[in-house]
Design a protein around this ligand. Sequence first.
Ligand SMILES: NC(=O)c1ccc[n+]([C@@H]2O[C@H](COP(=O)([O-])OP(=O)(O)OC[C@H]3O[C@@H](n4cnc5c(N)ncnc54)[C@H](O)[C@@H]3O)[C@@H](O)[C@H]2O)c1
Length: 349
Amino acid sequence: MKKVRVGIWGVGRAGWGMHRKEIARFPEMLEIAGCCDLIPERMEKMCAEVPGCKAYANIDDMLKADDIDLISVATRSPDHVAHVIKALESGKFVFAEKPIGINYAEVLKLKEASEKHPGKLFCRQNRRLEAAFQHVSEIIASGKLGDVYLIKLSRHAFQRRFDWQSLTSFGGGQLNNWGPHLIDHALQFIKAPLKSVWADLRTVNASGDAEDHVKAILTGENGVIVDIEISGGMALPCPVYAVYGNKGALIAQTEKEFKVKYLDLEKCTPKPAASAETPALDAGFSSSKGMEWIEETIECNPASGVTLNDIYKYVYLAIREGVEFPVKNEEAFEVARVTELIRNAAGQQ
Ligand SMILES: NC(=O)c1ccc[n+]([C@@H]2O[C@H](COP(=O)([O-])OP(=O)(O)OC[C@H]3O[C@@H](n4cnc5c(N)ncnc54)[C@H](O)[C@@H]3O)[C@@H](O)[C@H]2O)c1
């Protein structure tokens, strides 16, 4: 099958540091055929590193190039919608970095453009492929934890962010930065329309004016709650995943390993019936009698075998073999809508 030839628009930390390396993992499937950046040295560096890559100082020339199939938009966040629409209008396939837009009104324009060019847009919600997310989803689906009612997702650090990602005028802030990843995870876990959104956004430690601390509580109509915290203001981190069900729980301090504790139902005796009688003086306040537990430490290694860095393989499979891309565009648009609900709930417009 013919390789997918990629033109990278924006050779920055994402374009150079992530897209280039992810494409290089699948040399039979994809190759970088062009790049475009405002900084000539960055294009020279890409062309020196990747044989066959051509530098385009003018994006219109890259969009016209016959030997490029897919444009990966990895420019700054506020430019994504305009750049993705321009690339879609050139007739090429487009891979849109997150956040796909920085407000929902403009994301709706992107949605409209994608509908005019069906099958051409892929949204880079790449953390959908994160191994820990995959494995935690598999453990929940196994039923070990029972009915899951609360999930806490945290990415904590104490960092002094001072680049454009710390400035609101450039679409910075953790809600646009890590937000799309964890909101996507939350919506996948809830699996129901949202009933309510509560949020708090604040700047704790970053140099700019954009929030570096996001707290959002999403509740589904099915009662499932996901509590999201993304912070650059927390010197001691909480677990990245904490999942609570009516038969057990999972805690992951890092994305590498999970502690799981759940009832051994074959050995447990039935729950005592509730009683209105006055308890005996030595009855205590609850009973752990008859509860037998299974405790496991599980190394992250999802049965799906998928990892974060595989995303370009799925772009290839979608373009060349018609395999459904793991992230539906509607899901990415919903992430953008919920991002805005969070901003509004926190009192920001
Ligand atoms: N999916 C992920 O895991 C992930 C990770 C990191 C960053 N990102 C996203 O990638 C985007 C870029 O982030 P970054 O950290 O690489 O930013 P960056 O500032 O490091 O890089 C952006 C690059 O785009 C170039 N550029 C800007 N405007 C341009 C234009 N009009 N034409 C051509 N080149 C242009 C800049 O010169 C720069 O080289 C952000 O939206 C960010 O949210 C995604």
